[in-house]
Design a binder for this molecule. Structure first.
Ligand code: GLC
Length: 644
C-alpha cells in the first residue's frame, strides 16, 4: 500500500462514508497525493509539450471515471484500504474456469456457487466472457469489446447479479483485461481497416515491410506453428499490422497516449462490473521498441505503473495480476522496482514454481527446484503470488539453462527428456500429455495436458492398474498440497479437484484443432460430481482430500503470505521441505516426497520439528513417528507438520 493510501486511512475516522461528499473528498485526497507520480509516469512515456493536451484530457477523465463507479464498490474500496493486503490472506482459495465448459452460462454459474462453497473455493477466475470473433478467437483472448458480455454466456445483467451474489458470500472475482491486443473485429480495427488514420495509429501499422522486417530481426515467435512471424498483411488497408500472438489479434500501440487514455476508461468499465482482481493479460508485450525483443521493456513497466496509479485514485480496492510467464528475474519486476516498488502489480503467477514442480515430478528429484528457488529474488512484502500447478495454457519450461547445468545435467538433453516424459515419447512414463508449438528448428516445445493426465491417472485407468491409479491420486493430492501451502493465492483449474482427464474433443473442432491447449480445458463432469458423497471413486477421493487441505489452510494463519517461507536445505534429493512461520512462534513444516520409493529424513535436519517437539501431521491428525531418529515418507506422501 502506498503512502497516499495510508493518509486516506487516517482521514477515514469519523466520516459518514455513505455520504457522497465523504467519498468525493477521499477521492480528491487520493488524486492530489498521487498526481505528482501520475504526471511523472505520463511524461516519462510521452515527453514534450506536444503531449500536454493529452495529459489534460487524462486529468479531466479521472473524476469522470470516479463518478461512474457504483457506490457499493466505492465503499468496498475504502473497506479494502482499511483492511490492508486482503489478497494475501490464507482465507483465499481460487478456481479458474471457462464458463461455457463449467456451467454453460453465467446463470448456470450462479447456481453452482454452492459447489465452490462445498470445496472451500471463494475466488473465481472466469476466462474471457467478452464478445469475440465467431471462428478462431484464442478462447476469447481476441476481444471485440472490453466490458460487454458475449451472448453465449448471458447478459451484463446476469454478470452483475452474479458479482452481487458473490460479494454477499465474500467471494472474489478475477477477470481478464486483454490489454496488449484487440481482435481484428474490434471497432477500432474496423475503422482502421476502413482507412481511418486516427484508428490506424491505435495499432502498429506499416505501409511496407521495411519496419516489420527490422522488427523481426529481434522479435521471437509466440505461436510459431500456427501464426509464424509478428506481422500480418491486411488486404483492406494494403498495409502490415503487428500481430505478435495470432493473426487476428492486433497489438495496440501504447506509444500513442490516446490509446492509454481510452484503455484506462475501458479498464474502469471492467472494474465497475464488480471485479476484484484484474488479470493483465500478456502485459510483458505492451511496449514495442525496434531493435529489442519487445518484452519486459522498462517502458512497459512505466505504463503498467501508470495504469496502477490511476486505478489507485479511482478504484483503490481493485488489484492487478501480472500475467507474465517470463524468466524468474523478470517476473519479479512486475511487482514494481526502484521508486515504484510495490506500485505496479500486487499479484503475479509463480510460473517458476509451477514449471519446476513438473521438473521434480519427471526427475523424481527436487535439486533443480531448490537451485532455482534459492536464486529467486525476494518479492516485496505487499505482493503475492498465484500458486498453481497448471492453468488453461501450456506448461513452458521457463527456467534457466545455467541452473540445469549447475546441478550437473546437460540443459539440452534435460529439456528434451522433459518433453519426451510428458508428451508420450517414453514408454515407461506414466504421463499422457501433448506437445504444444514444437519448433523443430530449435527443439523447443511446451507441454499440454490436464493435471490428472500428466500425473498418470489417465494411463493408470486405461491399463486398469490399481497401483498406478493410487500413485497418480497421491501425486495429484501432493501437488495441490504444495500450492495450498506455499504462499499466495492457490488457483485450482476447474476439474482438477475431481481428477479430470484430457479432453480430446477439440480435435473435431476446426477452430480449435491446431491448438492443443484445448486438451487441458475439459468440461465439468457434473454427473460424477452428483455422486461425490455417495460413491467412493477417484473423483471423490481427490475432491475430499482437497476439501480437507483447503479447510486446514484456512485454519492456519501461517499460510497467509507475508514473506514467511523458509526453504529447508534438501537433506534428501527426492524431498521438498519448507516452513511457513509467523511472528507468534507458530509454524507448519511441509514435506513432500517426489519419489516412487519411501524416503527418510534425519530428525536433525528438521530443526524445531524434531521428535522432542512431538510434531503433529495436520493432514492425518496423528503424531509424527520417528524411527531411529528418522522420519519416513511414503511415495508421494505429503506432511503438514505442526508443533504440538
Ligand atoms: C495469455 C493467455 C493466453 C493467450 C495469450 C494471448 O498468455 O493466457 O491464453 O493465448 O495471452 O492473448
Amino acid at each position: 500500500m502506498n503512502q497516499a493510501s495510508l493518509h486516506q486511512i487516517n482521514a477515514l475516522e469519523n466520516q459518514d462514508l455513505t455520504k457522497a461528499n465523504a467519498l468525493n473528498k477521499l477521492f480528491k485526497q487520493r488524486l492530489s497525493s498521487n498526481l505528482p507520480i501520475i504526471k511523472d509516469l505520463f511524461f516519462s512515456l510521452y515527453p514534450g509539450e506536444n503531449h500536454t493536451t493529452s495529459f489534460k484530457k487524462l486529468l479531466l477523465q479521472l473524476p469522470a471515471l470516479f463518478k461512474e463507479r457504483p457506490t457499493p464498490l466505492k465503499l468496498q474500496d475504502i473497506h479494502r484500504l482499511k483492511q490492508g493486503d486482503w489478497y494475501q490472506s490464507e482465507q483465499l482459495v481460487g478456481m479458474q474456469l471457462y464458463v461455457d465448459h463449467f456451467s454453460k452460462d453465467l446463470k448456470g454459474l450462479e447456481s453452482k456457487l454452492g459447489y465452490f462453497e462445498k470445496l472451500g473455493v471463494n475466488f473465481l477466475h472466469l476466462m474471457p466472457i467478452t464478445p469475440r470473433p465467431k471462428g478462431e478467437n484464442d478462447g476469447g483472448y481476441a476481444v471485440n469489446s472490453y466490458h460487454e458480455v458475449d451472448k453465449r454466456f448471458g447478459t451484463k445483467k446476469d454478470l452483475l447479479r452474479l458479482t452481487e451474489k458473490m460479494r454477499d458470500k465474500n467471494m472474489y472475482l478475477m477477470l481478464d483485461f486483454v490489454a496488449n491486443h484487440t481482435s481484428n473485429e474490434f471497432p477500432w480495427a474496423k475503422k482502421a481497416m476502413a482507412g481511418d488514420l486516427k484508428y490506424q495509429k491505435y495499432y502498429h501499422i506499416y505501409q511496407d515491410r521495411t519496419i516489420p522486417d527490422a522488427f523481426e530481426k529481434t522479435l521471437s515467435e509466440i505461436f510459431p506453428m500456427t501464426s509464424p512471424g509478428n506481422f500480418t498483411f491486411n488486404p483492406e488497408m494494403q498495409k502490415w499490422v503487428m500481430t505478435v500472438f495470432n493473426q487476428y489479434q492486433w497489438d495496440l500501440n501504447y506509444s500513442n497516449p490516446e490509446v492509454f487514455i481510452v484503455m484506462l476508461s475501458d479498464l474502469l468499465k471492467l472494474a465497475n462490473l464488480g471485479v476484484d482482481v484484474v488479470r493483465l493479460d500478456a502485459l510483458a508485450f505492451m511496449w514495442k521498441k525496434l531493435g529489442t525483443l519487445s518484452q519486459n521493456l522498462p517502458e512497459a513497466h512505466t505504463l503498467i505503473s501508470l495504469f496502477r496509479m490511476c486505478l489507485q485514485v479511482i478504484a483503490p480496492g481493485v488489484v492487478f495480476l501480472a500475467e507474465a510467464i517470463v524468466a524468474p528475474n523478470e517476473i519479479i519486476k512486475y511487482f514494481g522496482s526502484g521508486p515504484m516498488k510495490g506500485n505496479e502489480c500486487e499479484i503475479a503467477y509463480n510460473a517458476t514454481l509451477m514449471a519446476l514442480l513438473w521438473d521434480a515430478i519427471a526427475t523424481k528429484k527436487t535439486i533443480l527446484l531448490y537451485k532455482n528457488l534459492y536464486n529467486l529474488p525476494t518479492k516485496p512484502e505487499e505482493a503475492t503470488w498465484i500458486s498453481y500447478i497448471r492453468c488453461h495454457d501450456d506448461i513452458g519450461l521457463g527456467f534457466d539453462d545455467r541452473y540445469i547445468n549447475e546441478v550437473g545435467w546437460d540443459a539440452t538433453h534435460h529439456r528434451k527428456f522433459l518433453l519426451d516424459y510428458y508428451c508420450q515419447n517414453i514408454e515407461w512414463s506414466p504421463a499422457k500429455g501433448e506437445i504444444f508449438m514444437y519448433n523443430p528448428k530449435t527443439g523447443d516445445g511446451r507441454i499440454t495436458g490436464s493435471c490428472a493426465s500428466l500425473l498418470g491417472l489417465e494411463k493408470g485407468l486405461e491399463h486398469n492398474d490399481e497401483a498406478k491409479i493410487n500413485q497418480a491420486i497421491d501425486k495429484i493430492i501432493m501437488m495441490h498440497g504444495i500450492i495450498l501451502s506455499y504462499g499466495g493465492i492457490p488457483l485450482i483449474y476447474a476439474g482438477d479437484e475431481i481428477g479430470a482427464l484430457n479432453d480430446y474433443s477439440y480435435l473435431k473442432d476446426n477452430n480449435k484443432k491446431e491448438d492443443s491447449r484445448w486438451v487441458n480445458r475439459p468440461y465439468q463432469d457434473w454427473e460424477n460430481i452428483a455422486h461425490l458423497d455417495s460413491k467412493k471413486t477417484y473423483h471423490s477421493r481427490i475432491f475430499f482430500a482437497l476439501q480437507q487441505l483447503i479447510h486446514l489452510r484456512k485454519q492456519n494463519r501461517v499460510f497467509a503470505d507475508s514473506n514467511n517461507l523458509v526453504l529447508f536445505d534438501g537433506p534428501n534429493p527426492h524431498v521438498f521441505i519448507y516452513e511457513r512461520t509467523s511472528d507468534k512462534d507458530e509454524g507448519v513444516l511441509v514435506l513432500c516426497n517426489f519419489s516412487e520409493s519411501p524416503q527418510t529424513i534425519a530428525e536433525i535436519s528438521l530443526g524445531r520439528y524434531g521428535s522432542l517437539a512431538k510434531p503433529k501431521d495436520l493432514i492425518s491428525g496423528r503424531a509424527t513417528k520417528f524411527i531411529e531418529g528418522k522420519l519416513e515418507l511414503k511415495p508421494y506422501q505429503l506432511f503438514w507438520l505442526s508443533k504440538a
